[in-house]
Ligand binder design. Structure first.
Ligand SMILES: Cc1cc2nc3c(=O)[nH]c(=O)nc-3n(C[C@H](O)[C@H](O)[C@H](O)COP(=O)(O)O)c2cc1C
Length: 170
């Protein structure tokens, strides 16, 4: 599978089969995250993998009661061990860097037959308490991962190209 195929195939998966994820596949997707670019090569991402069912159920409560978060066989808790560096443009780099790594993860997941879903609706304090994550670590996103129970394609609802791309002047 090439990159554009993976981009076109990726969709948010909110229904997962019970089939467990092979360790090699999970390692392959996390390795794709490890290889992501980051500001000044800071590599502030840290990935906590939750497979324990009871812990996954607790994460549902911390994730706005989104039940599918607990139904996937694993949840990647994407964190940042960050010094809070602000780039010259005024933005913190850690959420951007972690997001790039997660995007590598979502696309590699597609390549190995797995599905993922970004979860931004969660209570960081609760997630940290459940997982024993230290105070100074930030939680950027949760990402359930597993075999989709419905692998069929869905049409992407996106703005038209001409609405989002401008050339030379705003
Ligand atoms: C930063 C971010 C946070 C998101 N948070 C959630 C979430 O909490 N729950 C959810 O079901 N989907 C969440 N999504 C998924 C989006 O709804 C989804 O990507 C978008 O509707 C496009 O659909 P697609 O991923 O199938 O192409 C999130 C996506 C991103 C990028």
């Amino acid at each position: 599978m090439n990159v554009i195929d993976a981009i076109q195939t990726r969709k948010s998966v909110r229904k997962y089969s019970d089939k467990p994820i092979e360790n090699e596949k999970l390692t392959a997707v996390l390795e794709a995250g490890r290889l992501a670019p980051s500001a000044s090569n800071r590599q502030e991402w840290r990935f906590l993998i939750v497979r324990d069912l009871a812990t996954r159920k607790k994460l549902v409560d911390a994730a706005n009661r989104q039940t599918f978060v607990g139904e996937a066989p694993a949840v990647i808790v994407a964190c940042a061990e960050t010094d809070g560096h602000i780039m010259r443009g005024g933005l913190p780099c850690f959420p951007i860097d972690v997001a790039i790594a997660l995007d590598h993860i979502t696309l590699t997941a597609v390549e190995v037959g797995l599905g993922t879903c970004w979860i931004g609706a969660f209570d960081e304090r609760e997630v940290k308490e459940i997982l024993g994550i230290p105070k100074e670590i930030r939680v950027v996103a949760l990402m359930p991962i597993g075999y989709p129970s419905d692998p069929s394609a869905v049409e992407k609802r996106r703005l038209p190209f001409n609405e989002i791309v401008r050339y030379e002047h705003w």
